[in-house]
Design a protein around this ligand. Structure first.
Ligand code: F6P
Length: 356
């Protein structure tokens, strides 16, 4: 079979591991031939591709980024974009397409599926917010990077008697903040799911310091919202620009929060924005294995003819779910996880998880 492949949206560690797994199993088991379309959907619109074989995927397992490169190109926003994608698939005699991406990339895959293209999706995002699957690859690596940063921030915060506010990625869902905040021993974790009251955050820090602590660590997701002034109910934006899928550029909540905390408590406070460091570099062992399992699952789905579907992880098994289900909703941090976390904070630190 001649199979096309692309990676779309923000990159994440593990993309190369998926590509490698698909090419290896496709070659060894099914005698497939592969074409990699470059830079996400732009590669189909402009017919930019490269052949993918065992040689081109050799040595890429530990590499971050994606050998196919990526972009946030939305064919639905380009003149004749969807038609051009279909034309490129026909021109290259592609019999099935594997799209590796988050909800934006997979929503285009669904549109192509509705037009008769044989497409299978694979879920990718460090934010871990895609529906239909328990985990996306890239998330574990991002959490490890943030956890290491928190360990480092701890020692400098402690040395200077400071409050440190660490901003992490997470546009609509606070998975990275919650997991890395727990792993890194944060004192306060703020997530988009629960708009927070800055007075309560400041008060909980003040109480902690009155109990004899000299420093505090706050982890805040970039999409976390102030419940009231200085920015009620809306995420903080870097600028007014939007990408082709309509997403604004988030960022800056840590700086504002640091200023407000210092104003209210008098404690010296600094902001750290981890940004794209969370997406770069080599995947963790967990993500290498998960990405490999997704790749192997997806190539089997292609050969079983399970099109319009996405490889998903459910109860530690790779299964096939409809693309339509995966893109139908953002998977936010659920109440059970939040309650579990609050229980931990309550017992150890007298209810320091705020944002309720
Ligand atoms: O891929 C998702 C994400 O990591 C979000 O958490 C973040 O808001 C966004 O990407 C940043 O994207 P860009 O690379 O376009 O700045």
């Amino acid at each position: 079979m001649k199979i096309g492949m692309l990676t779309g949206g923000g990159d994440c560690p593990g993309l190369n591991a998926v590509i490698r797994a698909i090419v290896r199993k496709g070659t060894f088991t099914y005698e497939d031939e592969f074409v990699g379309f470059l830079e996400g959907w732009r590669g189909l619109i402009d017919n930019m591709s490269m052949p993918l074989d065992l040689d081109s995927v050799a040595g890429i397992l530990p590499r971050g980024g994606t050998i196919l490169r990526t972009s946030r190109t939305n064919p639905a926003k380009r003149p004749d974009g969807i038609e051009r994608c279909i034309a490129a698939l026909e021109k290259n005699q592609i019999q099935a397409l594997i799209a590796i991406g988050g909800d934006d990339t997979l929503s285009v895959a669904q549109k192509l599926h509705e037009r008769g293209v044989k497409v299978v999706g694979i879920p990718k995002t460090i934010d871990n917010d895609l529906g239909g699957t328990d985990y996306t690859f890239g998330f574990d690596t991002a959490c490890n990077i943030v956890c290491e940063a928190l360990d480092r921030v701890h020692t400098t915060a402690e040395a200077h008697n400071r409050v440190m506010v660490v901003e992490v990625m997470g546009r609509d869902a606070g998975w990275i903040a919650v997991y890395s905040g727990i792993a890194g021993g944060a004192d306060v974790i703020l997530i988009p799911e629960r708009p927070f009251d800055v007075d309560k955050v400041a008060e909980s820090i003040r109480q902690r310091h009155e109990r004899g602590r000299y420093f505090s660590i706050i982890v805040v997701a970039e999409g976390a919202k102030f419940a009231s002034e200085p920015g009620p109910g809306a995420p903080i934006l870097q600028d007014m620009g939007k990408d082709e899928f309509g997403h604004a550029k988030l960022g800056g909540v840590a700086n504002i929060l640091a200023r407000e905390i210092e104003k209210r408590t008098g404690y010296e406070t600094r902001a750290v924005v981890l940004g794209h460091i969370q997406r770069g570099g080599s995947p963790s062992a967990f993500d290498r294995v998960l990405a490999t399992r997704y790749g192997l699952g997806a190539i089997d789905m292609v050969h079983r003819g399970e099109f319009g579907s996405m490889a998903a992880l459910r109860a530690n098994r790779i299964v096939s779910v409809p693309l339509a289900e995966a893109i139908s909703r953002n998977r936010v941090v659920d109440d059970e996880v939040i309650q579990t976390m609050e229980g931990l904070f309550e017992k150890l630190e007298n209810k320091q998880m705020v944002g309720k």
